[in-house]
Design a protein around this ligand. Structure first.
Ligand code: NDP
Ligand code: 8X3
Length: 259
């Protein structure tokens, strides 16, 4: 029997935009109760309003900076005021900053990528585990990337961060063996969200070019994958899912149409 997500408690990090916001809306349509975190609380509130309209019986929001242990611990303390059980944890917050080769890259960009994609996942997971280990069938879904599987020029730190996310996922699955907690990673390729705007530090024209002439993945495509993975029967664990748009045959082979 598939897991019924109605009334399940689902925590999504980075729910203010892109995959996280789409995941919030998708779990809301399943009737899940939501705990949404990100730094931009005004954006989270707008997502929660949409989630309520879409059918979530409860959509709560709270400021969260996964790059700060204090913020993560405060967030999870707030979560514990809402529920003593977590059914789904989506570690989605993260992204890339810059696309400079190592020789030119900046410390602050590396620090953003390691703090969010790597340490953020570790911090959130550590803080949430007490709400999950006595709840067999609960699910941790991390958002990785094709970049965690294949390296590309200018992507050293981002690829390393997402490769680390993959190894964290695999190690955690071993550590949680016997608890019934499922641990998986959803690893997308090119998807049009605010990802490239963040990577290019607000240069929307440059960001748009990343998706020029292709039919990229959407945030909703990834939200659907999250719903599918979380709703498998409790004895089924989706370990790793690599999802690319059809136009991206491989990281360096992207079919672009010219008009
Ligand atoms: P977006 O930029 O649209 O969303 C990123 C989200 O992460 C935002 O909600 C942002 O919220 C949040 N975030 C960033 N830093 C922090 C932080 N320190 N604390 C809390 N939240 C934070 O991009 P996507 O939706 O595309 O990205 C989501 C995930 O998917 C990322 O991990 C990204 O690496 C990954 N990914 C993206 C792909 C793509 O092509 N789009 C492909 C493969 C993976 P706020 O700024 O409000 O804090
Ligand atoms: C985002 C996809 O190819 O820009 O993780 O690294 S890519």
């Amino acid at each position: 029997m598939p897991t019924n997500l109605a009334n399940q408690w689902v925590l999504v990090t980075g729910a203010s935009s892109g995959f996280g916001a789409a995941a919030a809306r998708a779990f809301a349509r399943e009737g899940s109760k939501l705990l949404l975190g990100a730094r931009r609380v005004d954006r989270l509130e707008a997502v929660a309003t949409e989630a309520n309209k879409a059918g979530s019986p409860a959509a709560h929001v709270h400021a969260l900076d996964v790059a700060q242990t204090k913020s993560v611990n405060e967030f999870v303390a707030w979560v514990k005021t809402k529920t003593d059980r977590l059914d789904v944890l989506v570690n989605n917050a993260g992204g890339a900053k810059g696309i400079d080769p190592v020789a030119q890259a900046k410390d602050e960009d590396w620090e953003f990528m390691m703090q969010t994609n790597v340490l953020g996942v570790l911090r959130m997971t550590r803080a949430c585990l007490p709400l999950m280990v006595n709840n067999p069938g609960s699910t941790i879904l991390n958002i990785g990337s094709i970049a965690g599987h294949v390296a590309y020029e200018g992507g050293a730190a981002y690829c390393a961060a997402k490769a680390a996310e993959l190894k964290i996922t695999q190690a955690l699955r071993l550590e949680l063996s016997g608890t019934g907690v499922r641990v998986g990673t959803i690893d997308p390729g090119l998807a049009e969200t605010e990802f490239s705007i963040v990577r290019f530090k607000g240069d929307t024209e440059r960001a748009k070019k990343v998706y020029e002439g292709i039919n990229p993945l959407t945030a909703e495509d990834i939200a659907e994958a999250l719903i599918w993975a979380a709703s498998r029967p409790p004895h089924v664990c989706i370990d790793e899912m690599l999802i690319k748009c059809t136009d991206q045959a491989a990281i360096h082979k992207v079919h672009r149409r010219t008009k």
